[in-house]
Ligand binder design. Structure first.
Ligand code: BTN
Length: 266
């Protein structure tokens, strides 16, 4: 994101609190790491960090999030909800609901949520979410919601920049065949996030888990689960429990709770 786009974002922003303070830098290690530092210094709810390029972008499960300059969105948002630490996983679901809606608003027709929070187009990943949390005793002190979206990368630049993951990555541009405005996309995403955050604050986790499940296409499908260091297995996806863990019924009739791992419909 260039600073011109940040000005555009500021002009378009319709939120009450998210993005009222934006820290922008062309290049950063990781927007999540930066915002955790700000959070520890007392930054207020809604504080946002955006970079045009990350040199140490973090993905889930200790993976790297490749973050080249000039075309994507790398954003982190700070929340200070009064909830128990174990409920912080709900932010991941809240984010994937908001992401799916915002990506579809650009005109992409066929997005799919892959448990717990990747967004796919045509079977390839376009966006991911990394939620990090600091707690005080059993309560949340703050949550940093980190979102990466491949927006205007062409197929050529995906192939050039993304190495091994190029074949499983895509962008909004690859799907639409045209560039979209990153400032407008970010304003829409923050508004959508704020809407779902307000629903969560007023009504709790049930509406979030319900909406996520409605948007999730793998419900009741046969899935294959791979967990690092463990043997793959198959079963039927039953949905989420109240912490957001995935429940899978295996062939011997047992119900297994999946906390982390790769789940794909087969
Ligand atoms: C994943 O799917 O593995 C999650 C990827 C999350 C990437 C975003 S980019 C902005 C924020 N800063 C980071 O270092 N990571 C997240």
């Amino acid at each position: 994101m260039t600073s011109t786009m940040i000005r555009k974002l500021n002009g378009l922003l319709k939120t009450q609190s998210l993005g009222k303070v934006i820290h922008y830098q062309e290049e950063m290690g990781s927007t999540n790491t930066e915002l955790i530092e700000l959070g520890e210094k007392g930054a207020s709810e809604g504080t946002v960090v955006i970079a045009d390029k990350q040199t140490e972008g973090k993905g889930r499960l200790e993976r790297t999030w490749l973050s080249p300059a000039g075309s994507n969105l790398y954003i982190s948002i700070l929340f200070r909800p009064e909830i128990v630490a174990s409920d912080s996983t709900l932010f991941t679901f809240l984010a994937s609901i908001a992401l799916k809606e915002t990506i579809e608003r650009t005109g992409v027709l066929d997005t799919k949520i892959k448990w717990p929070n990747d967004i796919h187009i045509d079977g390839k990943k376009v966006a991911g979410v990394l939620t990090e949390m600091r707690s005080k005793r059993e309560m949340v002190d703050f949550i940093v919601l980190g979102i990466g979206v491949n927006i205007n990368m062409s197929r050529d630049s995906i192939n050039r920049e993304m190495g091994k993951v190029a074949r499983i990555a895509t962008s909004i541009k690859e799907n639409l065949g045209k560039d979209i405005d990153r400032g407008k996309f970010t304003a829409d995403l923050l508004l959508e996030l704020e809407k779902w955050y307000q629903i969560f604050s007023n009504k709790g986790k049930a509406p979030i888990l319900r909406e996520w499940t409605e948007k999730w296409e793998d419900l009741n499908k046969r899935v294959r689960i791979s967990i690092e260091g463990e043997q793959e297995f198959e079963g039927t996806a039953l949905g989420l429990d109240d912490k957001g863990y995935l429940l899978v019924k295996t062939d011997n009739g047992e119900i297994t709770k999946i906390i982390a791992g790769d789940v794909r419909a087969i």
